[in-house]
Design a protein around this ligand. Sequence first.
Ligand SMILES: *[C@@H]1O[C@H](CO)[C@@H](O)[C@H](O)[C@H]1NC(C)=O
Ligand SMILES: *[C@@H]1O[C@H](CO)[C@@H](O)[C@H](O)[C@H]1NC(C)=O
Ligand SMILES: *[C@@H]1O[C@H](CO)[C@@H](O)[C@H](O)[C@H]1NC(C)=O
Length: 394
Amino acid sequence: MRLTFITTTIVAFVTIQALAFFFLYSRQNVIYSPNKQDNNVHILLLSSWRSGSSFVGQVFSQHPDVFYLMEPAWHVWVQMYQNSASVLKMAVRDLIRSTFLCDMSVFDAYMSEDRLVSHLFQWEVSRALCSPPMCDFYARTDLSNDLVCKKHCNRTKFSKMEEACKSYSHIVIKEVRFFELKSLFPLFTDPLLNFKIIHLVRDPRAVLKSRNKSLYALLRDNSIVLGTKGKRIEKSKEEDSNYEVMKEICKSHLLIHDLASEKAPDFLKQRYMMLRYEDVVRDPLKEISAMYEFSGLNLTPKLKSWIYNITHGEGTGSAFKITSRNAKTTSEAWRTEMQFEKISKIQNICARAMNVLGYELVHSEYEQKLLSRDLVLPQRKYKFSWLSSEEETT
Ligand SMILES: *[C@@H]1O[C@H](CO)[C@@H](O)[C@H](O)[C@H]1NC(C)=O
Ligand SMILES: *[C@@H]1O[C@H](CO)[C@@H](O)[C@H](O)[C@H]1NC(C)=O
Ligand SMILES: *[C@@H]1O[C@H](CO)[C@@H](O)[C@H](O)[C@H]1NC(C)=O
């Protein structure tokens, strides 16, 4: 009798303890992680100028679960142009962290107080800023067009962005303004974030050619990358500055790749993905599916049809203007249009990065122009020790 009583008491006691523990634990989660729902994801699309990141950005922007911003840190660089990229990287990091948490007050430092959404750099490419609660012109499940959105949605108050941002499970930010990963480490361990990086790279020879076409527009960014303390790059040195910036970009590819593959800290595992633009151009659906899977997004039939259309040149008024054929031709234009001397120069600067990323060097003008020879090597099995074998090709 006595023994039964004691056993019953102990069982009851343990049960009450367990219940109390679960109750407190779940409340703690509520108290300490107000923004972190299990399915929330914060993705940085880390790329460089002229590397196809606008296209890949659109692939995210058009997904109905994604709140997308393109280059919000443009405002940091413009406001503090006298500083170098390495000085500004912390301000840029803190801006994207706040943005991931939908705290848009961080823009107070860079924009006037009485602002509209249209004051935000490249706002119109974000489908989320063209649909409710920002604007009623598009439904949230529509595919938006930047030019149309710009006409109809440009009067929304900037402050509405917080409410809009909070209504999405996935926040995606595209930036070309990071040249290393270390400054981003705190975002991986931040208890309020579920942070992932997609690192998009492209053949440096193609990038150089594309950058040279819009050299003038990139000069201010070049000054910041090269740390000229706000001084304009001299006219005679404009083209040279392009090579110097490419040097920094290639250095950053190596640095990021090394850190993510061989020296990856535990918190980076399963949270970093590398993508080559050439692979996206050649097999868009395969690469986009892999990217969505990494991000925890599902490929809806509508998006699948849209991606097929934009990469096969079908359907008018698509949000993105290049077609797969165009993109493939454009991505190889350097082989027919660039002087071998310039190619040789950029190869010297970027040889190590090109080797790691799988872009084959050419050693003569003949090789350069021999288009039957593919210089994009098959996707390497990146030696990310933490990837399971079937994931190794990503
Ligand atoms: C919004 O766009 C319309 C049409 O393009 C233009 O007339 C108007 O000035 C713009 N308004 C603002 C606040 O930018
Ligand atoms: C860049 O453009 C200039 C002027 O059009 C041209 O002379 C130069 O060869 C180009 N350089 C490269 C790397 O394409
Ligand atoms: C893709 O193109 C086809 C044929 O032009 C069209 O019927 C379809 O609606 C398009 N899909 C999307 C999502 O735009």
